[in-house]
Ligand binder design. Structure first.
Ligand code: TMP
Length: 210
């Protein structure tokens, strides 16, 4: 699909600071008079937000990895069809906190599900939609999980409760995705200050799209 608007996704492990940077980018674009919508995954639609609650809740601890992958893809299919594709057709900048790369990193990398099956399910969810730019905020999980715990005041969700080994695998898959498609990604060291990250992201968005 060729997008009239631009589709920008934010990726990274726990506590990387994606939502702050997404909000900053939205503010820069809005100031320039661009139409912008901010979304998150899982979520972003009424159905997706219900799935988010189930997916993140520690009460869902018996959820099978396959169920998990399918529920993330269900939330995504709804978001793509209901919001993202129509918004892009209208020339809107769509900023999304996580997308398919998260499923490849967490469900294929972290959980160990077969990569090509996960990709097939996601083709069903998204068709040919691919982000125009993906910003990866790269952070060592030890550091990220500590940050997330402070942010959530110790109320860890189901993924934050998983061990370092899981999160190291997630990070390794993100690195492999960048190696496979370097032109789609902007990779930033998430230990930089929020304003340094903001500046680097805005510089890249300006260079590519404005
Ligand atoms: P977050 O929005 O606070 O980052 O929480 C979403 C959690 O869900 C996070 O731990 C990553 C996880 N996740 C997956 O495992 N697979 C996915 O496809 C997505 C979108 C998120």
């Amino acid at each position: 699909m060729s997008n009239v608007g631009k589709f920008v996704t934010f990726e990274g492990g726990e506590g990387a600071g994606k939502s702050t940077q997404l909000k900053n980018l939205a503010e820069h674009l809005t100031k320039l008079g661009r139409k912008v919508i901010c979304l998150r995954e899982p979520g972003g639609t009424p159905l997706g937000e219900e799935l988010r609650t189930v997916l993140k809740s520690p009460a869902s601890k018996s959820m099978m990895a396959e169920t998990e992958a399918l529920l993330f893809a269900s939330s995504r299919a709804q978001l793509v069809g209901e919001i993202i594709v129509p918004a892009l057709k209208q020339g809107t900048y769509v900023l999304c906190d996580r997308f398919v790369d998260s499923t490849l990193a967490y469900q294929s990398g972290g959980r160990g599900l077969d990569r090509s099956l996960v990709e097939s399910v996601n083709r069903l969810a998204c068709g040919t939609l691919v982000p125009d730019l993906t910003i990866l905020l790269d952070l060592d999980p030890t550091h990220g999980l500590r940050r997330a715990s402070v942010r959530d005041q110790g109320q860890a969700d189901r993924f934050e409760l998983l061990d370092q080994g899981f999160h190291q695998k997630v990070r390794a898959v993100y690195h492999s995705l960048v190696a496979a498609e370097p032109q789609r990604f902007l990779v930033l060291d998430a230990t930089q200050t929020p304003s340094q990250l903001d500046e680097a992201i805005w510089h890249e968005v300006t260079r590519r799209f404005l």
